[in-house]
Design a binder for this molecule. Structure first.
Ligand code: MSP
Length: 585
């Protein structure tokens, strides 16, 4: 039987800076969704990488006096080091300077050009290198250079046209004046896709999540789609247009197709595609894994939503030849869905302790040093549980530590510690049906006939699993975490009610039952939390004396493991699972 597939992507980050916590956020969401799909037995794929064909990178390399490729190689390694520090389990790390990507983009450009969707024209306008995008008047704000404050464009008292003396028109994100440009460009016929796009949105109301961001996109499209420029004459670094090599395609036409290159030219054949035939590009083998296309979810920040929700489906429609033309108008047809990404999951911007994250304020959270100082799990837990995906959010450092202490160190960590310490005080069960090592204490065997099994079972199967699976499939990671910690609260309550630390002095059998119950709850919650905190949950399974859990989960055995009857062979106390962190005053 064909396995269900799941394909998730992060944006490819610009290679001219190092990843900060804003980038970490999309990578950790992607990793968690990927792991969940993988342990559930799906054929899963997770692509991340860097966006290299940009003027910004060229400028940076020149500033540093190093050849561009040397600069990009260094930056790609630095990015990988960050993700490897967090053990992110990406299937593919794509770089847009790779030959496989050039091959694909050129093939796409040729196809779209032949279809008549790319034409030559002249562009006159403003271009912001920081955004790698052309700007319209109303995209800009006025900067008062005397105070260095920005003002909206329509503010009173600012001379008509701005750009004079004290006042200059700048890009609101980069506070720099866009370059004035007049050059030959090639354009993509986005306007041709107006009706098609509206019908596509209509038929797929969950295309952009959350809904309020989708509504913004819909409203934008309703105002009318305009063709956009896809090439630059003055840039020399990038992918040349196959039909006019004097021009290189600029950022978006190039960057977005990374998601498809990664499947079409995959560095590794996935287990299911045995027999996949490879092609050799630049001395490396790549395999056609395009059967995982379309992406199930692209994770993107709100600033790049329009590119993903508008340009991207239209480019794909042009490349794959989607839609049906009737009386000169292109219409959406249901089968188009098979080639288009299912969901664009959008998040907002973070502030840190209530302030905009900026180098000058010195409050940029750099994920590796922050996680080294505190804990990787603290960062993941707070990002995924304090900020519902979709909204703008604040990273409140104090509350991040408090959340970690309450949920991981106290709630989960203490429970594991209790069960381990008390189990080790129990003598080995006799007679034992198991081939036990000599003198091993702390073995908890199944006692379901007499413990509160029914209660657990009802909660686990009727509520917990269904809710976690549903939340994750709706990309609601906050709620998946919340219900897991709620379940842990229930176990803590059960533990306090049964007081195994007292019971052990009087009733060994009953203690065994209670500890087994707690260990079983922990095993079950641990499997759901594994995609969020894989290293710590593997450590927990090990502490509970469960062997091979990491391997079996990675092999997609979540559902089998859920219904198994485990034996907990607890052997040693070891270090606490989560150390408490003191809150700074
Ligand atoms: N290279 C493009 C993406 C191309 S995808 C085909 C790009 N790169 S980026 O490095 O500038 O940004 C990557 C993502 O990080 C963006 O989605 C952006 O929204 C996000 N973030 C950058 N700063 C952020 C915050 N302060 N907070 C949250 N996320 C923000 O755009």
């Amino acid at each position: 039987m064909q396995k269900e597939k799941f394909y998730v992507t992060t944006p490819i980050y610009y290679g001219n800076g190092l990843p900060h916590v804003g980038h970490f956020y999309s990578s950790i969401i992607a990793n968690t969704l990927y792991k969940y799909a993988k342990i559930s037995g799906k054929k899963a794929r997770f692509t991340t990488g860097i966006d290299e064909n940009s003027q910004k990178a060229v400028i940076k390399a020149e500033e540093q006096g190093v050849p561009i490729m040397e600069y990009l190689d260094t930056m790609a390694n630095e990015h990988k080091k960050v993700w490897d520090f967090f053990n992110l389990d990406y299937t593919d790390f794509i770089r847009t300077t790779e030959k496989r990507h050039h091959t694909l983009v050129q093939e796409v450009l040729t196809t779209c050009h032949k279809r008549g969707d790319i034409y030559e024209g002249e562009y006159e306008g403003m271009y912001c290198v920081g955004c790698e995008a052309f700007k319209k008047d109303d995209d800009l704000v006025i900067l008062d250079t005397a105070t260095n404050k920005t003002l909206p464009l329509d503010v009173k008292g600012v001379p008509e046209g701005g750009g004079i003396g004290q006042y200059v028109r700048v890009c609101p994100d980069h506070l720099k004046e866009p370059d004035k440009i007049k050059e030959k460009n090639y354009f993509f016929k986005l306007s041709k896709y107006q009706t098609w796009m509206q019908e596509f949105y209509e038929a797929n109301p969950e295309f952009v999540v959350p809904k309020f961001r989708f509504n913004e996109v819909i409203a934008f499209v309703e105002r009318g789609l305009e063709d956009f420029s896809i090439s630059r004459e003055t840039n020399t670094f990038g992918i040349p247009l196959p039909f006019d090599p004097s021009q290189v395609t600029y950022v978006w036409f190039d960057a977005l197709f990374n998601y498809y290159t990664s499947c079409k030219y995959s560095p590794h054949p996935q287990p299911l595609s045995q027999g996949a035939r490879g092609v050799e590009i630049d001395g490396k083998m790549f395999y056609d894994e395009s059967d995982v296309w379309p992406a199930d979810v692209h994770i993107v920040g709100k600033d790049i939503i329009r590119f993903h929700a508008i340009y991207w489906p239209a480019m794909l429609a042009s490349y794959f030849g989607l839609g049906e033309e009737r009386e000169g108008v292109l219409h959406y047809v249901e089968t188009d869905r098979e080639k288009l990404p299912a969901t664009i999951l959008t998040w907002g911007y973070f502030t840190v302790d209530g302030q905009k994250m900026s180098k000058s304020l010195g409050n940029v959270i750099e994920p590796v040093s922050y996680a080294t100082e505190y804990s990787k799990e603290l960062l993941t837990l707070y990002m995924l549980s304090a900020i519902p995906i979709g909204n703008d959010g604040d990273y409140d450092r104090k509350s991040a530590i408090e959340t970690y202490n309450a949920k991981l160190a106290n709630n989960l960590g203490n429970l594991v510690n209790r069960v381990v310490v008390l189990s080790l005080k129990l003598p080995s069960p006799h007679p034992s049906p198991l081939p036990l090592g000599e003198g091993i204490d702390g073995i908890l065997m199944d006692n379901r006939a007499i413990i509160d099994w029914e209660k657990i079972n009802n909660w686990l199967w009727d509520v917990y699993y269904t809710e976690v699976d549903t939340f994750v499939s709706h990309y609601d990671l906050k709620w998946a975490l919340d219900i897991s910690f709620y379940t842990l609260d229930k176990i803590n309550k059960y533990t306090d009610e049964n007081e195994p630390w007292k019971l052990i002095k009087t009733d060994e059998e009953k203690t065994r039952e209670v500890l087994y119950t707690i260990a079983e709850w922990l095993r079950q919650v641990g499997m759901c939390l594994y995609p969020f905190f894989p290293e710590k949950m593997s450590e927990m399974f090990h502490k509970l004396g469960l062997t091979d859990y990491e391997t079996r989960l990675e092999n997609g055995e979540l559902h089998t493991l859920r219904s198994e009857t485990p034996v907990f062979e607890i052997k040693e106390k070891g270090e606490p699972l989560f150390m408490r962190i003191e809150v700074e005053k």
